[in-house]
Design a protein around this ligand. Structure first.
Ligand code: SF4
Ligand code: SF4
Length: 109
């Protein structure tokens, strides 16, 4: 069976939250409910410098935009990602792309 999913290359995620807003608008979710959340992770390296990563997490409310993708459209979050760092497609193809991306997450259900 072919499975589709989302690949997020968070190395380029700017933390703009456009994906969250697009998801909420697409599904008309109430406050506090969303298919994706961006967490800011701050780490300190041995030299004392701080690194900030914006790490996207898919939640249990993500339906991979079934209504949109059935019509051949991209998921709302992918369409509105400001950094073009989100991809939708077959899991096997996304996994291949992921091989060259050290900071990425792959989601499917
Ligand atoms: S794929 Fe659709 S439901 Fe899932 S996070 Fe993106 S916008 Fe939300
Ligand atoms: S829209 Fe793209 S760049 Fe902006 S927070 Fe979401 S994943 Fe990151």
């Amino acid at each position: 069976m072919v499975r589709n999913g989302l690949l997020i290359d968070y190395e380029y995620c700017t933390g703009c939250h456009s994906c969250e807003i697009a998801c909420k608008q697409e599904h008309n979710y109430p406050a506090g409910k969303c298919g994706i959340r961006i967490s800011e992770i701050i780490t300190e390296n041995p030299s004392g410098k701080h690194r900030i990563d914006n790490l996207p997490f898919i939640t249990e409310h993500c339906d991979l935009c079934a209504a949109r993708t059935k019509q051949g459209e991209s998921p709302a979050c992918v369409k509105h990602c400001q950094a073009w760092c989100m991809y939708y497609g077959r899991v096997a193809e996304l996994a291949n792309i992921m091989e060259d991306k050290p900071r990425a997450v792959l989601y499917s259900h």
